[in-house]
Each structure stands twice: as structure tokens, then as C-alpha cells.
Design a protein around this ligand. Sequence first.
Ligand code: ADP
Length: 242
Amino acid sequence: MKAAHGRLISEEGLRHDGRRPDEHRPVKMEVGVLSNADGSAMVEFGRTKVLAAVYGPREPPQRFMLLPDRAILRVRYHMAPFSTSDRKSPAPSRREVELSKVIREALEPVVISELYPRTAIDVFVEVLQADGGTRTAGVTAASLALADAGIPMRALVAGVAVGKVDGVLVLDVDEVEDSAGEADLPVAGAPDLGLITLLQLNGVLSEEEFEQALDMAWRAIEDLVRQEKEVLRRKYQGVSRA
Ligand code: ADP
């Protein structure tokens, strides 16, 4: 549905794609999608599609990087050159380097790395199709792929971005809303630990808007983690529980 007067929120209060402000895009999650990897997952938030592959714990070629008391977590976030309609250079961009670090920091608190000293756990996050929210879909896919690889974790993590468009807080911003909106707040965390592991803010929110946006994100993250558990349960127990 088209937004009224070219704005991003219609007169009926709906978004440019017909969603309500607090509505997530359709979510799809699948684990074990790559047989070569130790663990893998595909996550879709609407048109955003992200694949995560995990290898390890293993001994990497550069042994000088290893830590005596725990495994190191290495994360590579990459956008496939075909993932956007604009041409995206295949060379690693500063944004990809930043997002690799952001995603690593979002996962590190939940991985029980002390169990595997002198090893590396490698996480590859590959964006196949980008339409906003790739870092949060990436964290969600990586969490599933780590669990699928059997890496011991304190809890699962998931992420979502809340934005502000036409003065309205909206859940799970897509690319149109991200580029035209007034603010973008990507959040990731582990509800089972009550822990936020990623929080960034691009743009400006009042204190009250920030609190509301965080609440909105947190509810969505709780729901995403419930879905992660369901997908993992289905694969490993062959049963589905409501
Ligand atoms: P996120 O994907 O986590 O929302 P950004 O806010 O940096 O991260 O990007 C928003 C969206 O802008 C991306 O999901 C993607 O759709 C688009 N985008 C980002 N970088 C590029 C790029 N180099 N070329 C084309 N589109 C891009």
C-alpha cells in the first residue's frame, strides 16, 4: 500500500508496506542449511536475507592470535555484491569491518569460550539480499548457527532495529524507512540473561522515545528468541512445541 502524500506513515497510521508501527516483517528461520559448515542458519526479515556459517572450535593457521584461557571469536560480516540493486563493491568496506566488530561484540557475552582455550570459532555472516536490518538479522542468524554448531552458549541472542519515521516509532525498519527516517536504533540481546549486547543509535530520539523504542525492540527480541528455540527444537528433537 502507498503512503499518503509520499510520506512514510499513511493517514490510517500504516507504513509504506502496509505494516502497523509495531509490526515486524515476516520472519523465516532455518538451521543446518550448509552441510560443510559445523553450524549454519538462514534468517529472513522480509526481503532481507542473511546466511550464517560457523566453523570451530578449531586451530587457525595464525596461531599467534590464540588465547591461553579461551577461544577467540572471529566474525566476518559481508554483503554479497548481488545483495543490493545499487552496485556494491566486492572489496571489504569500512562499514563491513565495523559491522563485523559490532556483531562479534553482540555474540561474545553469550559464547562460553573458556571451554575451548587456544582455539578459534569463526562466524561468517553473508548478506544475500539487503533491505535494512542486516546487522540485526545477522546477529540472529549467527546465534542460531552457533547453537547449530553445538557451541555451548549461556543464552541465545536476537536483534531488531527500531526507527522513527514521520515522528512515529516503527519496529524492524526496512531500507526505505532507514534512509528516509529520523532515527535508527539497532538492538540485540539475550532475554534469558536480561542482557543487551548491541545498542546503536543513528539520529536523534528524546529520552521518552528512546525508552519506548527500547521496549518495542526488547519485546520483538523476546519473540525472535522464542522462534529460534522453536526452530532448534524442531531440528534436534523432531518435535514442535507451542
Ligand atoms: P543495516 O543493514 O544493519 O540496517 P545500515 O543501516 O548501514 O545497516 O544499512 C541499511 C541498509 O542500507 C542495508 O540493509 C542495505 O539495504 C542498504 N545498504 C547498506 N550499505 C549498502 C551498500 N554499500 N550498497 C547498497 N546498499 C547498502
